[in-house]
Ligand binder design. Structure first.
Ligand code: ATP
Length: 362
């Protein structure tokens, strides 16, 4: 079910000071996809989620879920949370410690007075779905963090909501379990074909899990797109920088060549995709991600986007080194595979394709 948000504003006051947590948000969340709200702490993600659920009453705007307007300040509509047909999974799994797995999952159905026979069938179906068949009588405290999170998911799903909302549901899990649960969750949600709205400040989680991402900053939506668009061709400097490691090199566009722009920078001319049609004469930034930079210590190649510098630092990070290369006064961060014979202080040549970097407005 699609969610449409128009002109949503939410103001708080704290210690006599006004805080605009949401600033005229317009957003369409597509049906049956995993949609993530991503942004730094305090940007308004949780507030937006709480407005959709009905735990907050916005100061202006409108929210529609499918064909139903669930909130409109102008028309004085406020549908209470329990009537919005939503399921929710929180960071602290919020499953009841004194109940068994079965009772936890059955709870939303019992409170709606669904007949016991039907409860058994539906609980069994969703425990099977989250791969917890056989755990029915286990006290919910005697489960691992990942299993508890799956109980929370089954409990949110058992009432067959139109939309399911997640607020940082994996942040209490350790790194390895978080990765596994993330994969599992993506596969569960994709199979269910349900509209999922997911809040996180973790960019890797957002990239791995989502069909679409909305990047937020200071109460506003800066950019919406699929993970590859956001990562490889973002429209704003803030998003390019927030979503992953990025070298941002300042300069001025001096020429256009088909889909590419040529930018004159401190290290020389660089060609990059000019997705936003920045005109010659305008200041711009070239964005190139570390993993797209090729390195060699032997041989010299001439050509476009080839530069020579010195290895300033090499930091071992397990699967590779993180290298800082100095070219004049400019420092470039690169991923140095263990197969490259680089040493700190040594000469190195870097190169990257014009199709693997892009221009952004300055
Ligand atoms: P985090 O990732 O840290 O949870 P967030 O992006 O979810 O952050 P919100 O919790 O939505 O951010 O908060 C947005 C802004 O509104 C912040 O400046 C926050 O301090 C403020 N805020 C949130 N709730 C309240 C409240 N009840 N009273 C006053 N200010 C609030």
């Amino acid at each position: 079910m699609e969610i449409r948000i128009k002109g949503l504003t939410r103001d708080y006051s704290s210690g006599g000071k006004g805080i605009r947590a949401l600033d005229h948000i317009d957003l369409t969340i597509p049906a049956n996809r995993i949609f993530t709200l991503l942004g730094p702490s305090g940007c308004g993600k949780t507030t937006l989620l709480r407005c959709i659920v009905g735990l907050e009453s916005p100061d202006s705007g409108e929210i529609a879920i499918g064909d139903d307007v669930v909130f409109s300040r102008e028309r004085n509509i406020f549908v209470p949370p329990e009537k919005r047909g939503l399921g929710m999974v929180f960071q602290t799994y919020a499953i009841w410690p004194h109940m068994t797995v079965f009772d936890n999952v059955a709870y939303p159905l019992k409170s709606r007075k669904v007949p016991m026979e039907e409860i058994r069938t539906r609980v069994a179906r969703f425990l099977d779905f989250v791969q917890l068949t056989g755990f029915e009588n286990r006290p919910s405290t005697k489960l691992s963090g990942g299993q508890q999170q799956r109980v929370a998911l089954a409990r949110a799903l058992v009432a067959e909501p139109k939309v399911i909302l997640f607020d940082e549901p994996l942040s209490n899990l350790d790194a390895k379990l978080r990765e596994e649960t993330r994969k599992e969750l993506r596969s569960f949600l994709t199979r269910l074909k349900i509209t999922a709205v997911y809040v996180t400040h973790d960019r890797v989680e957002a990239l791995a899990l989502s069909d679409r991402i909305a990047v937020m900053r200071a109460g506003g939506i800066i950019e919406v797109g699929d993970p590859k668009k956001i990562y490889f061709r973002s429209d704003s400097r803030f998003v390019a920088d927030f979503i992953g490691r990025a070298n941002l090199i300042k300069g001025k566009v001096v020429a256009l060549e088909g889909a590419h722009g040529i930018i004159d920078t401190d290290i020389g001319a660089i060609a990059g995709l000019n997705n936003q049609n920045i005109a010659p004469g305008r200041n711009a930034m070239l964005c190139v991600r570390p993993e797209f930079i090729r390195l060699t210590t032997s041989g010299v190649t001439e050509g476009r986007n080839v530069f020579r510098g010195k290895v300033e630092t090499l930091l071992f990070i397990g699967e590779a080194y993180e290298g800082e290369i100095r070219i004049g006064d400019t420092r470039i961060t690169t991923t140095v595979p263990p197969t490259v014979d680089a040493v700190e202080g040594g000469d190195i040549q870097i190169s990257f394709d014009a199709d693997h970097c892009f221009l952004l407005p300055a």
